[in-house]
Design a protein around this ligand. Structure first.
Ligand code: ATP
Ligand code: MG
Length: 220
């Protein structure tokens, strides 16, 4: 049987419960054997921010996923260095896991920008996509993407919560799952801001990650 592997890429600056809960939900719904958490080395879309070294972001992911045997950490983008383009990562993963089927998991916020990703049309043919609901974004906005063939009415049932998932109709060859997952209105941006303001970040990320952040005086 083909091994189904999920990929969750991100800056993980820092990793939080939104990432973890969404990944677990998708793993279960799509019956994935494993989810690979892949911290980017240099995120192409976040040029102007000061981002902690990859080693620290990797360390936080490692701590956060330690209790889940079906989650693993991949340093493939960190090892490759340079700007971290998903198309390069998925190409490398096909080589590293011959015969595996890959599901790239991404929030709706990122996926709506897919046309700005490097070689995005080629990327859409290299793996299936799983797009997760994210606070402040609507699935109906996907109708503006050129490869999207699902009608606005069908997408509305996701935004309203009437339906939790649909397999989208798309231009030939591409597999796209749209998933209304329980919404955790948590972002790394908000966590960094809270730390700067001296506010609590408890329960937004695992306790051990909070301890790592405090011990290393990150984001202060
Ligand atoms: P930042 O605020 O710095 O952009 P973030 O919280 O969006 O951080 P990323 O590392 O950018 O985290 O996210 C990696 C992936 O996880 C993206 O595809 C993003 O859309 C998705 N994601 C992040 N937070 C959530 C959440 N709370 N629910 C669902 N998906 C999420
Ligand atoms: Mg983000």
């Amino acid at each position: 049987m083909t091994k189904k592997l999920g990929i969750l890429g991100g800056t993980f600056n820092p990793i939080h419960v939104g990432h973890l809960a969404a990944a677990e939900e998708v793993r279960e719904r799509l019956d994935l054997a494993r989810i690979l958490f892949i911290p980017s080395f240099l995120p192409p879309h976040k040029d102007d921010e000061a981002i902690p070294p990859a080693a620290q972001r990797l360390a936080m992911v490692k701590i956060a996923i330690a209790g889940n045997p079906q989650f693993s950490l991949s340093d493939i983008e960190v090892q490759r260095g340079g700007k971290s383009y998903t198309v390069d990562t998925v190409t490398d993963l096909h080589r590293a896991y011959p015969g595996a089927e890959f599901f790239f998991i991404t929030g709706l916020d990122s996926f709506l920008d897919i046309q700005t990703w490097k070689d995005w049309e080629r990327l859409l043919g290299l793996c299936s996509f799983v797009v997760l609901s994210r606070q402040g974004h609507a699935f109906t906005d996907l109708v503006n993407l050129p490869f999207m063939k699902t009608s606005k009415q069908k997408l509305e049932v996701l935004d309203s919560g009437e339906q939790a998932r649909i397999k989208a109709e798309t231009a030939a060859g591409m597999s796209l799952w749209l998933e209304q997952v329980p919404l955790y209105d948590i972002s790394s941006t908000d966590i960094r801001k809270r730390i700067r303001q001296g506010r609590s970040i408890k329960y937004l990320l695992p306790d051990a990650v909070e301890t790592y952040i405090l011990d290393n005086t990150l984001y202060a």
